[in-house]
Design a protein around this ligand. Structure first.
Ligand code: PLP
Length: 427
């Protein structure tokens, strides 16, 4: 059993212990070359995982191997390299399907990222099926990526955007959700895990209720996918999106999962090569799923890299990662609360991996810069969630976000340096 002891002395660097009987933290850390980097004479402490995660050697090697030995364009080639690249690309699709427990491979569409996946649904499903007066329901917790595409759609279609409010705890107001969800609601689009408060949202219950009323659901898994085992069928989501780069994979690649029946009914969004069956100047017919939604040459190496990231995570086990990170999140909250003047934003029923905070006398940007001097990478700002900042009543927060390689020692170090920074500002 893993155990993390919490010290009550806020400034003692080593008065804790982490025993990780079943979690191979040392091996994991060695897999990430960047973690042995020194910054300003200090070992890097990387706690900006909600922005992007670091990449293990296994992913870097998969990318290098592709470019060194297998690089070719996919699908249209008749030569060996093209066949190999196509095989690897399609194998990655299968790995994603298994990873999120989709029904069939063609329900997995590769995009540039979670943002593009949401835009694809808004532009394809939304343009085809949303009518004036229809309602689209999102929540206060959303990242701009899950707000703006719906606003654009509403503007174009004369539809109405409704917002599920947040309670002071950082949880969604589920009674308000029940009231806002009506026969007029055609799409419910919510995050599974807030990139600001770390709130875990009860998406399964929300998807069930939405489906009962005939609304289609989109779950934004950009933040949840690295922290939780995902089962889109059990969740009951019609669409589910995530980005490879937040999942220890490369930038430039994302996934849209959609139930085959819905994807079949949707018109293509981007037009071009690969997404057609036949083209003439009079008429074009479209390819079957998933090609219909993958116009042009995709990021082949990136997709293969995502496949390697999934292999890596499956080898460790998402359940194990999730348990470790849950413990680390609780530890980090408890530890940060010991820093005088520090206020954690929200105290949701369930939180994972992400903690936003303010410090009474130090602006979040100054916190970020001061910690940077100590080799610590966190993020400060509005985190692409300005409406949520307004709800919290702060212009910005400092945000610490955990990954599978972080340790309680790193959290203690951050707490210590925060305490120190505060003293500096007060003196
Ligand atoms: N949704 C959430 C909750 C996020 O945190 C982010 C990025 O931080 C996104 C969507 C957008 O992800 P990407 O920029 O990789 O498309």
């Amino acid at each position: 059993m893993m155990s993390i002891k919490i010290t009550t002395e806020p400034v003692i660097e080593t008065a804790y212990s982490v025993s990780t009987n079943s979690y191979p933290i040392d091996t994991i850390r060695k897999d990430f070359p960047i973690l042995s980097t020194e910054l300003r004479g200090r070992k890097l402490v990387y706690l900006d995982n909600a922005a992007t995660t670091q990449k293990p050697r296994q992913v870097i090697e998969a990318l290098t191997a592709y470019y060194e030995k297998e690089n070719a364009n996919i699908h249209r080639g008749v030569h060996y390299l093209s066949e190999q690249a196509t095989l690897k690309y399609e194998q990655a699709r299968h790995k994603v399907k298994e990873f999120i427990k989709a029904g069939v491979n063609c329900e997995i569409i590769f995009t540039k990222g979670a943002t593009e996946s949401i835009n694809l649904v808004a532009q394809s499903y939304g343009r085809a099926f949303i009518r004036p007066g229809d309602e689209i329901l999102i929540s206060t917790l959303e990242h701009h990526s899950n707000i703006v595409p719906w606003q654009m759609l509403c503007q174009e279609k004369g539809a109405v955007l409704r917002v599920i409010p947040m309670l002071d705890s950082g949880d969604l107001d589920m009674e308000a959700f029940d009231r806002l969800l009506t026969a007029k609601t055609k799409i419910v689009a919510v995050t599974q895990l807030s990139n600001v408060t770390g709130t875990l949202v009860p998406v399964r219950e929300m998807c069930r209720k939405a489906r009962d009323l005939g609304a289609v659901t989109l779950v934004d898994g950009a933040q949840s996918t690295p922290h939780l085992p995902i089962d889109v069928q059990e969740m009951g989501a019609d669409f589910f999106v995530f980005s490879a780069h937040k999942l220890y994979g490369p930038t430039g690649v994302g996934v849209l999962y959609g139930r085959a029946e819905l994807l079949e009914a949707m018109p293509p969004w981007l037009g071009g090569g690969n997404m057609i069956r036949s083209v003439s100047f009079e008429k074009t017919t479209y390819a079957d799923l998933p090609d219909k939604f993958e116009a042009g040459t995709p990021d082949i190496g990136g997709v293969i890299g995502l496949g390697a990231a999934i292999d890596y995570l499956q080898d460790i086990g998402l359940e194990r990662i999730s348990q470790y990170e849950e413990m680390l999140t609780d530890y980090a909250c408890a530890r940060l609360e010991l820093v005088e003047g520090l206020q954690i934003q929200g105290s949701p029923r369930a939180r994972r991996g992400v903690i936003s905070f303010t410090l009474d006398c130090v602006h979040p940007h100054d916190i970020g810069q001061l910690l940077d001097q100590d080799g610590i990478a966190i993020r400060a700002g509005h985190h692409c969630a300005q409406p949520l900042m307004q709800r919290l009543g702060v212009p910005a927060t400092a945000r610490l976000s955990l990954g599978l390689y972080n340790t309680a020692e790193e959290i203690d170090y951050v707490a210590l340096r925060l305490q120190h920074s505060r003293k500096l500002f007060l003196s």
